[in-house]
Design a binder for this molecule. Structure first.
Ligand code: GTP
Ligand code: MG
Length: 202
């Protein structure tokens, strides 16, 4: 898919106030600092469309971007960031949960996982939560440039094994990305384009 336009629409903390337009929507979610905003900038080919930062907790609201005037891309705040206050964390969690439970336009989520790390409880729990609610999602293993190919392959395999252990028969669809090198861009955009086409034709 070619990105012809990528426009910031609005930020807010209430799912009820999100854009009313009914076009397919894809949300990017994951722990703070995993690289959500950087991946959105890579996908859209814009350096500063989504605000990035070396310090976790940069994105604090639901941010809608309209792409090619026919689908929404959503940048969400990171979950599990220890340094925001407990009440702020609860507030985040409430509107993230509400977003996933109520947003009718949502077609699929992308759950970002830092490819360097062992599976973390909060990510596994979040994906199981999505699974229980039958909310479709793919995994994106980020920061692939930070690992040697063999280590990357080992981590991804191990991750998928732990995620599915005793719970699911099949691992979810997944991508490997590097916002530094550009890996994963074409694959993710083609995937979105394929789904958008299926929706248009159905
Ligand atoms: P919050 O909004 O705080 O939840 O974080 P985020 O998930 O949006 O992460 P963000 O995109 O702001 O990136 C966090 C840090 O990781 C920044 O310093 C990025 O430059 C860096 N980063 C993101 N993706 C990559 C990547 O693929 N490779 C490398 N080497 N660094 C990355
Ligand atoms: Mg962010």
């Amino acid at each position: 898919m070619q990105i012809k336009s990528a426009d910031f629409v609005m930020s807010n903390s209430e799912v009820a106030k999100c854009p009313a337009e009914f076009i397919p929507e894809y949300a990017f979610i994951g722990r703070s600092n995993v690289g959500k905003s950087s991946l959105i900038n890579l996908l859209t080919n814009r350096k500063n469309l989504a605000k990035t930062s070396g310090r976790p907790g940069k994105t604090q609201l639901i941010n809608h971007f309209r792409i090619n005037n026919n689908w929404f891309l959503v940048d969400l705040p990171g979950y599990g960031y220890a340094k925001v206050s407990k009440s702020a964390k609860k507030e985040f969690q409430k509107f993230i949960t509400a977003y996933f439970e109520q947003r009718k336009q949502l077609v699929s989520a992308f759950v970002l996982i830092d490819s360097r790390h062992e599976p973390q409880k909060i990510d596994l729990e979040f994906m199981r939560w999505l699974g229980e609610r039958e909310i479709p999602f793919s995994i994106v293993f980020t920061k692939a440039d930070k690992l040697k190919p063999k280590a990357l392959e080992r981590n991804v395999k191990n991750y998928l094994e732990q995620l599915t252990e005793g719970a699911w028969e099949e691992p979810p669809n997944y991508f490997i990305s590097s916002s530094a090198r550009g890996d994963g861009r074409d694959e993710i955009l083609n995937y979105i384009e394929t789904i958008n086409r299926q929706i248009r034709e159905s």
